[in-house]
Design a binder for this molecule. Structure first.
Ligand SMILES: [Zn+2]
Length: 470
């Protein structure tokens, strides 16, 4: 922003410089002219002394001039004589008249230059703070409200100032606003200049930025977060990528030295990053395996196959796949009683203390303990239709009513209630009815990518893959 003020000043200074150059050139011409004139007179004088006839004429003229007294007015010859001295006088007047004229123009020019110098002392700059109006800005230089009213009447955009914008302006000799530079943004400035008709003319200067695709490569140092941060990615972009990768790879467990490559489209202004940009794709290689998150035209990230990884439901509420010790089975019979005891969920064999990861955004509906059955359990509502239930937990990390995002830890698994070993019992309900969590068509899984969109994505994914090779 400060740079803009500098630019505006420079532009202004350049204009003054051009004026100064023209002025000095003019001055030079006048001086040269003056010297030549003086030289001519000098030459004439020397000629007069050298040529006796001219000298005589001159003497004759002086003589007739002497005759030109009020008493000789009636003399007929004095009429001609009168004319001659008069002519002589005119010649002299001509000469003396020329000099003041030139002197006058020099004085004018000098006044102009002084005015120009004064103008430099009449320049102001100001950075808008919240709530400022144009009149508040111009008041800094003692300008009345009339000026801002006049400007706004012609250019209503000046009604809406934003904090951080800068103004640079100049007053003329009459203390009127002559030049106003408004730095609307890094990319745009508007100039209002008082013209001869007393109106303000506007000029809009726009800087064109360039969007460029860059591949940024690195190795994990510390966390993925700090590594991406070091490459210049912002928090929002890092979060997007982490979320996108979370379901494929344990982001927290990436180790030092793991390779990653990011495809970004970034905006440059004057060869400098503006901070605007988009992450198109990321490739992470850990444990000899490649993981991708690639953005589709809809803005969401998918894996290479176009499967959703950033939205909707994760298949399992765990960080990694786990062995299923007991599948979903609505007609399961109890091994001892032989009665039908439907298994309304799926059991994952996981050690006590394994984090339970919420598979989709939701609100904790219930956190409870049931000694004769589910043990410590949590019910989560994801929308009007969906609920998920987690049983036999050792510890809940959330409270009822809490709103939780997909990917957050809500509990640690355990072996509470009626349970024959450490495991997580996971249920998926649609409109209150338990369905098989492992086969249910998960909401948002294909994220509404139509066939054509999906085809486009696969082409994009191939290209991203090529660019992000290690
Ligand atoms: Zn179970």
């Amino acid at each position: 922003m400060v740079q803009h003020v500098k630019l505006a000043r420079e532009r202004r200074r350049r204009k003054s410089r051009i004026k100064a150059v023209i002025f000095f050139f003019g001055l030079l011409c006048i001086i040269t002219g003056g010297i030549l004139t003086l030289k001519n007179t000098a030459e004439n004088e020397s000629l007069a002394t050298v040529d006796p006839s001219i000298e005589n004429q001159y003497q004759a003229l002086t003589l007739t001039e002497k005759n030109n007294d009020p008493n000789s007015h009636l003399d007929a010859t004095s009429y001609d004589d009168e004319l001659l001295p008069e002519d002589d006088e005119v010649d002299q007047v001509d000469l003396s008249d020329k000099l003041p004229e030139e002197a006058q123009s020099i004085i004018d020019e000098l006044l102009d230059a002084i005015g120009q110098a004064k103008r430099i002392t009449d320049q102001f700059s100001y950075t808008v703070v919240r709530g400022d109006k144009l009149s508040d800005v111009l008041e800094m230089s003692g300008l009345e409200d009339e000026t801002s009213k006049k400007l706004i009447a012609s250019y209503p955009e000046l009604k809406n100032l934003k904090a951080g914008q800068q103004f640079y302006w100049i007053l003329n000799n009459e203390n009127e606003l002559e030049y106003l530079n408004w730095l609307v943004s890094e990319k745009e400035e508007r100039i209002y200049e008082l013209n001869d008709t007393g109106k303000f003319a506007r000029q809009i200067l726009e800087k064109k930025s360039i969007w460029q695709r860059d591949v940024l490569k690195g190795k994990i140092e510390g966390s993925l977060y700090t590594s991406l941060r070091n490459l210049g990615l912002n928090n929002r972009q890092i979060n997007q990528l982490s979320t996108a990768l979370q379901w494929q790879v344990n982001v927290a467990r990436l180790s030092k030295g793991d390779n990653f490559a990011v495809l970004v489209t970034r905006e440059y202004l004057d060869n400098k990053l503006t901070g605007q940009g988009n992450v198109d794709a990321i490739h992470i290689m850990t444990g000899g395996k490649s993981y991708y998150a690639i953005q589709a035209d809809n803005g969401r990230y998918y894996n290479r196959q176009g499967e959703t990884i950033g939205k909707g439901f994760a298949r399992i509420p765990l960080q990694r796949q786990a062995r299923i010790s007991s599948p979903f089975n609505p007609s399961r019979r109890h091994p001892v009683t032989g009665r039908v005891r439907p298994h309304k969920g799926v059991d994952f064999a996981v050690p006590v203390g394994t984090p339970v990861i919420l598979p989709a955004d939701g609100i904790i509906e219930k956190v409870a303990y049931q000694a004769g059955g589910a043990g410590r359990y949590i019910v989560v509502r994801h929308s009007r239709e969906y609920q998920t239930i987690y049983m036999h937990l050792s510890k809940s990390l959330v409270k009822a009513g809490q709103s939780v995002k997909r990917g957050e830890r809500i509990a640690l698994t355990g072996n509470t209630g009626i349970s024959t070993g450490a495991h997580l019992h996971y249920e998926f309900h649609i409109n209150g009815r338990a369905v098989n969590p492992m086969t249910v068509k998960l909401p948002g899984t294909n994220s509404g990518m139509a066939d054509k969109e999906r085809k486009n994505f696969l082409v994009k994914a191939k290209s991203a893959e090529r660019l992000l090779k290690f």
